[in-house]
Design a binder for this molecule. Structure first.
Ligand code: JS2
Length: 275
């Protein structure tokens, strides 16, 4: 008799364990589905809201029209098949305004540059222009068969050449450099062995577009922190000077980062005295 109950008890325990495992599996599947649904869901509204909010800070732009010109570059496309030319309509809708003696380029110095231009309006970086501003820090892509904008599951910068973010910044940097005239300033990083990295946007795209018929001088500010590893005589800087159009003036100054920060914070000081 006892064995019979013991067997019944065992079957009962086994059945309860089975029900528990099935319920646990259902909970796990639902949780994974919800997490994937949230992370991979389209974010059109979020990206569009940020885009329009930032765009509206600039006068005389039809922001809705610019958003439409922007999205048509990548929506519905394989996000490794968005070449720089996909953004042509966008840059026609919002071309860069020529800027003389105010263009500031940078490479591996984004934080110090934007901390400076946030306080002083004597220079303009790409990210201070309308198009550079609306997309600064954002990630976006489309998917074949979808009309939406995604911000997750997009290709990284090096994953494929023709991804939406990389093609935008490459095309924007080219357009911004083409609109430069007079003196151009570039802030480079003295804490790295090669302040002019040939693979960088500055070296591979922007420098090639500084032509003597518009740009008369390139001023390099080599930002020096504690224990710098480069100086104005470093190979990559000598090579930079050699690359410039004949006739274009060049100078390079090694400037402590603290001096740039301090000068940027003092509105009494003319920008030109900061280096
Ligand atoms: C801005 C982004 C993002 O002269 C500068 C700027 O004009 C920039 O557009 O290109 C130059 C800097 O690029 P570079 O020389 O490759 O230096 P880096 O420090 O390695 O570049 C950081 C990334 C520049 C392109 N870029 N620019 N805002 O949100 C942004 N995302 C990327 N990838």
């Amino acid at each position: 008799m006892e064995e019979q109950y013991g067997g019944l008890d065992k079957r009962l325990r086994r059945r309860r364990l089975l029900i528990f495992l099935v319920l646990l599996a259902v909970v796990v599947v639902i949780t994974v589905a919800v997490v994937l649904g949230v992370t991979l869901r389209p974010r059109t509204n979020e990206v569009k809201a940020t885009f329009l909010e930032r765009c509206q800070k600039f006068k005389d732009y039809n922001c809705e029209k610019i958003w439409d010109a922007f999205r048509q570059a990548y929506v519905g496309r394989d996000s490794c098949n968005v070449p720089v030319g996909a953004y042509d309509a966008l840059f026609l809708e919002a071309p860069f305004v020529p800027s003389c003696n105010r263009v500031m380029l940078w490479s591996k110095t984004k934080d110090v540059v934007h901390a400076f231009t946030a306080k002083r309006d004597c220079y303009v970086t790409l990210e201070d222009t309308m198009l550079g501003s609306v997309l600064d820090g954002l990630t976006w892509c489309g998917k074949e068969g979808s009309n939406e904008t995604f911000t997750t599951d997009c290709p990284g910068w090096t994953e494929c050449e023709n991804n939406p973010v990389r093609s935008f910044w490459n095309q924007a940097s080219a357009g911004f450099a083409n609109a430069a005239c007079g003196d151009v300033t570039v802030l480079l990083n003295g804490s790295i062995p090669k302040p002019v990295d040939p693979m960088s946007i500055f070296a591979s795209i922007e420098v090639n577009r500084l032509h003597y018929n518009r740009v008369k001088k390139l001023k390099v500010v080599l930002v020096m922190q504690e224990n710098p590893v480069a100086n104005c005589k470093s190979d990559s800087l000598v090579a930079l000077e050699a690359k410039l159009d004949p006739g274009m003036e060049y100078n390079c100054k090694e400037v402590p980062e603290a001096q740039i920060e301090e000068c940027g914070s003092d509105p009494e000081k003319p920008c030109g005295s900061c280096w």
